[in-house]
Design a protein around this ligand. Structure first.
Ligand SMILES: [Zn+2]
Length: 144
C-alpha cells in the first residue's frame, strides 16, 4: 500500500502573484482565510517573528506558537510605487510600508483606498486580512 505524496501548496493563495508553493508555515494562509494575520513566537526564548518562521534563528528552537498580530503599529516607512514587478502592474500605484509593533515589524502595503495625502510617518495603523479581486489573499494596512 503506497501512500500518495501530497504537496502542501496553500501558499499559492497568498498575494497578487504566488511567490512560493511549498513552505513550513502554511497555517498562515488558513488563518488569513479566517481574517487573522499571524506571526510566530518562540516558546523557548520568546522571540517573535513576522513573517512567521518555524525555526528560531536566535536559539535554534523549533518550538513555536502562533499569535495574532493585533492592535496598532506605527508607520515607520513607506514608499509609493509607480513601477512594479511583473504580475503586479494592475495594482499600481500602491504604497509599500513598514509598521512597527514594538516586538516585530510588518512589511506590506497600504490599503488602496487611503489617499496618499492622508498617509504620514508615525501614524497608527493596523494590519488586516484582505481578499484580492482575483480571489488571492494578502494583508493590507488600514488606519487604526
Ligand atoms: Zn528561540
Amino acid at each position: 500500500m503506497s501512500k500518495k505524496k501530497e504537496i502542501d501548496d496553500r501558499f499559492k493563495k497568498f498575494g497578487t502573484v504566488s511567490f512560493t508553493s511549498v513552505t513550513k508555515v502554511n497555517d498562515f494562509i488558513d488563518r488569513l482565510e479566517e481574517g487573522k494575520v499571524m506571526g510566530t513566537r518562540c516558546k523557548d526564548c520568546g522571540m517573535v517573528f513576522f513573517p512567521p518562521r518555524i525555526d528560531c534563528y536566535k536559539c535554534f528552537s523549533s518550538s513555536m506558537e502562533w499569535f495574532e498580530t493585533s492592535g496598532k503599529g506605527r508607520l515607520v516607512s513607506y514608499s509609493k510605487l509607480e513601477y512594479a514587478p511583473v504580475g503586479f502592474e494592475n495594482d499600481l500605484p500602491y504604497c509599500i510600508a513598514v509598521l512597527d509593533y514594538g516586538d516585530y515589524k510588518i512589511f506590506g502595503r497600504i490599503a488602496g483606498d487611503i489617499p496618499e495625502e492622508e498617509i504620514e510617518l508615525g501614524m497608527e495603523m493596523k494590519t488586516v486580512a484582505n481578499r484580492l479581486p482575483n480571489g488571492q489573499l494578502n494583508y493590507v494596512f488600514e488606519k487604526a
